[in-house]
Design a protein around this ligand. Sequence first.
Ligand code: ATP
Ligand code: FE
Length: 336
Amino acid sequence: TIILGIESSCDDTAAAIIKDGKILANIIANQDVHKAYGGVVPELASRAHQQNIVPVVDAALKKANIDKKDISAIAYTNGPGLLGSLLVGSSFAKAFAMGLNIPTIEVNHMHGHILAHFIEESEGGGNKPSFPFLCLTVSGGHTQIVKVSDYFKMEIIGETIDDAAGEAFDKVAKMLSLPYPGGPLLDKYAQLGNPARFEFPHPRVKDLNYSFSGFKTSVLYFLKKGLAENENFITENLNDICASVQKTIVDILMINLKKAAKQTGINAIAIAGGVSANSELRKRFQDLTAENFKVYIPKFEYCTDNAGMIAITGYHHYLQQNFGTQQSVPNARMKV
Ligand code: ATP
Ligand code: FE
C-alpha cells in the first residue's frame, strides 16, 4: 500500500510517501514570505501553497522513486487550520485522486501530530507506542493531553483554556524582539542561560487544563519593569530570560501531564506537535524514564508540521477502509 500524504494547513506545503507504514519521502517547502510580518498572513499562505504544491508533490514522488500510477490513495489534511490553506491541499488532493481514479483519505491534522509516532524509518522498525498511551500535543494552535486508546480512538482529557504553548513561546519571543517564529530561537538562547534566574507565576486552572495567557501578561510586565530601570535590560539578560521563561512553560506542561498519568494509571506517554522539538521539554521527558515511565519522543522532522504524519494517519485510515469523498470540504475548526 502506497499513500501520498499532503499537508497544507498553515504555512508549510508538504508532501510525503509512505509504503506499508515506512517513510520513503518527506518533503517540506517553508514559506519565507511571512517573516516580514511577524506572523502568518493567511492570504499569502494560500498563494504560496498554490505555487508550491505541484513541485513539492513532484519532488516527493521523485525522492521515493514512485510512479504516480502506483499510489494507492491520497491522504490530505482536512482541518483544523487556515481555511484558504486547507482548500489548496484538499482541492489538489481531490483532483489528483480523481485523475488517477484512486480514493482520497481525509486526515485530522491533530491525529497526524499524534500518529507521527507510528512512522517507520525502516521495515517494521522504530520504537512505537502501544495503546493506551497519553500524548501531550503541544503546537502553535493546540495544547492538549490526549488519551489515545487506539489509532482513531482519542479523548482529550485536558487542554488549554486560552493560548497554546507554542503561542506562548512565540509571543514572548516577539516581546524580546526575536524574529517569527520565535519558539526555536528562544530555545536556542535558553540553552545558554540560567533557568533559575527569574521566576514567573504558574496559572491556576482546574483539572488537567492549561492556561498561558496570564503567564504571557506576567512576562510582559516583568519586561516593562526591567526596561524602565535599565533600557538594555533585555539585551543584557536575554539568555537568562529565555531560560527562565522556557523552564516555566515546561514546568507547567509537565505538572498536569504527570497528574494525568497518575489519574489514568497510564505510564506510557508521548509528546507531539511543534513544541515537542523544544530541548528542555525533550530533556525533562527523557528524565521520566527514571521514574518508570515509557516515553516516546518524535524525531525532530516529525514534530513541526510535515506530510509524513498525514501519510501515516492516512495509511491507518486505509487499513480500516475509511475513505473520503469528492464532496468533502475542509473544516478549519476540526476537533480531535
Ligand atoms: P497546530 O498544529 O496546532 O494547528 P501549527 O501546525 O502551526 O499549529 P506546529 O507546526 O505543530 O504548529 O508547531 C509550531 C509551533 O512550535 C510554533 O509555535 C513554534 O514556535 C513552536 N516550536 C517549534 N520549535 C520549537 C522549540 N524548539 N521550542 C519551542 N517552541 C518551538
Ligand atoms: Fe501542526
